[in-house]
Design a protein around this ligand. Structure first.
Ligand code: PRP
Ligand code: MN
Ligand code: MG
Length: 182
C-alpha cells in the first residue's frame, strides 16, 4: 500500500489551521453554553475527528453520544431520506443538544437530522460543523458554528472519506483526479 499523501492534489486546510479555528469555535461554544448541560451528538463516521478535537477544547462540562445515519436509495448519496443505523442512547428531553459534523454539503443529512432530533423534546438543538460547502447547498439550514467555508471540490481527510479511505489524514485536501478517474 502506498502513502495516502500521494493521492492528494493540494492541501486546503492544514492541521494547524484546523486547530486554530477549533480554538475559536470552542471559546464561542463555552460562552454560549455557560451554566448549561451540553450534549454533543456526533454523526458517524465523518465527525469522529472534529468531535475529538473540538470536545477536548471545551471547558464546558459535556456528554457525548453518537448517531449513524445513511441515505436511502441506490443512486446519489444525498437523497434527503435518511435511515438511522445507530440511534442515540440518550433521552433528549430538555437537553441542550449540539450536533457535531465534519461537513455540510447539500445540507440534506443535517436538515433531516435537525427535525428528527427536534421532535424528541430537547431544550435546544444547534449545529457545529468543521466545514461547509456554500456552493453545494440544496437546503438551507442554520449552522450556528462553522469552521470553514470551502469550495465545492472533492475533498478528503480529517474525517472525510472517499470510498472509506483518507479519513485519517490530519489535514483536508483535494483528491487527485487519478484516484477517482481510474
Ligand atoms: C458525509 C458527511 C456528512 C454528510 C454531508 O457523510 O460526513 O455527514 O455526508 O452531506 P450532505 O450535506 O450532502 O447531506 P456520509 O454520508 O458520507 O457518511 P460518513 O460520515 O460515514 O462518511
Ligand atoms: Mn457523515
Ligand atoms: Mg462519507
Amino acid at each position: 500500500l502506498s502513502d495516502i499523501g500521494n493521492d492528494i492534489d493540494h492541501v486546503l486546510l492544514t492541521e494547524e489551521q484546523i486547530g486554530a479555528r477549533l480554538d475559536e469555535m470552542a471559546a464561542q461554544i463555552d460562552a454560549d453554553y455557560a451554566g448549561k448541560d451540553l450534549l454533543l451528538v456526533g454523526v458517524l463516521k465523518g465527525a469522529v475527528m472534529v468531535m475529538a478535537d473540538l470536545s477536548r477544547r471545551l471547558h464546558t462540562a459535556a456528554t457525548m453520544d453518537w448517531m449513524a445515519v445513511s441515505s436511502y436509495g441506490s443512486g446519489t448519496k444525498s437523497s434527503g431520506v435518511v435511515r438511522i443505523l445507530k440511534d442515540l442512547d440518550t433521552d433528549l428531553t430538555d437537553r441542550h443538544v449540539l450536533i457535531v459534523e465534519d461537513i455540510v454539503d447539500s445540507g440534506l443529512t443535517l436538515s433531516w437530522l435537525l427535525s428528527n432530533l427536534r421532535s424528541r423534546g430537547p431544550a435546544s438543538v444547534e449545529i457545529a460543523a468543521a466545514m461547509r460547502k456554500p456552493d453545494a447547498v440544496k437546503v438551507d439550514i442554520d449552522v450556528r458554528y462553522v469552521g470553514f467555508d470551502i469550495p465545492n471540490e472533492f475533498v478528503v481527510g480529517y474525517g472525510l472519506d472517499y470510498a472509506e479511505k483518507y479519513r485519517n489524514l490530519p489535514f483536508v485536501g483535494t483528491l487527485a483526479p487519478h484516484v477517482y478517474e481510474r
